[in-house]
Design a protein around this ligand. Sequence first.
Ligand SMILES: [Zn+2]
Ligand SMILES: [Zn+2]
Length: 266
Amino acid sequence: MVATFHNHTTFCDGKNTPREMVEYAIENGARAIGFSSHGYTPYDLRYCMKDTDSYIAEINRLKIEFKDKIEVYLGIEEDAFAPVDRSKFDYTIGSMHYIEKGGVYYPIDSSIDYNNKMRLAFDYDAIKIATQYYEKFITYIKTRKPDIIGHFDLITKFDEKAESLFLDNQEYHLLAQKYLDSLLPVDSIFEINVGAIVRGYRTKPYPYTNLLHKINKQGGKIILSIDAHSKELLTYDFTDTIKYLKDIGFSSVYTIKDGKFVKENI
Ligand SMILES: [Zn+2]
Ligand SMILES: [Zn+2]
């Protein structure tokens, strides 16, 4: 089982408690597990963590209780619109989950219905949506420098299941590549996020293949993420993903070991 660090629990929108996740990871031979509850987002209380102090206390408790069996890490998934106090966390995943227009925060990834509301608000204009999304996200990454960049091109999530706006659009690809270029070289690690594959929305992880080629060419760093919202997903088989990454040219991924980000050959 691959050690992964983008995982959610009942403290936000996950199905299992941290303890259930840790016990499951131990049963399946994991070396480490990291938690990344959604930081508090006052503009949308459905998915975020409401009791950050209890979350911190519980993960720190599990760290000690299971220290002989598994490395447990306390992370947070910070939304680009809601910076959090990072001082108590081992690492931060920086993610963009909303597009804001006229004071309304449109969720990008919660459902096809919500995604359609966002598309409608932007007159189904892929370039307008993508520009708004990447401008905000790139500025956030440059200023907040998260350890890990969460699902870089999340706006493409429903492209395979709803009407395609982005992935069939060459203009979109050029725009996304331009924004990625403006970011590289960046020290943050790009996550290879298979969350939408396990939920049946996509056949490829984020970021999309052409962006991965660019990240690889420019010596960017990557880390494997499941974005698990239930314990069973922790045993996700990364064999195909690793083959895909090797075919692109990657020879290593990052992980957290003994409290530090380190490189591992694949
Ligand atoms: Zn996310
Ligand atoms: Zn997440």
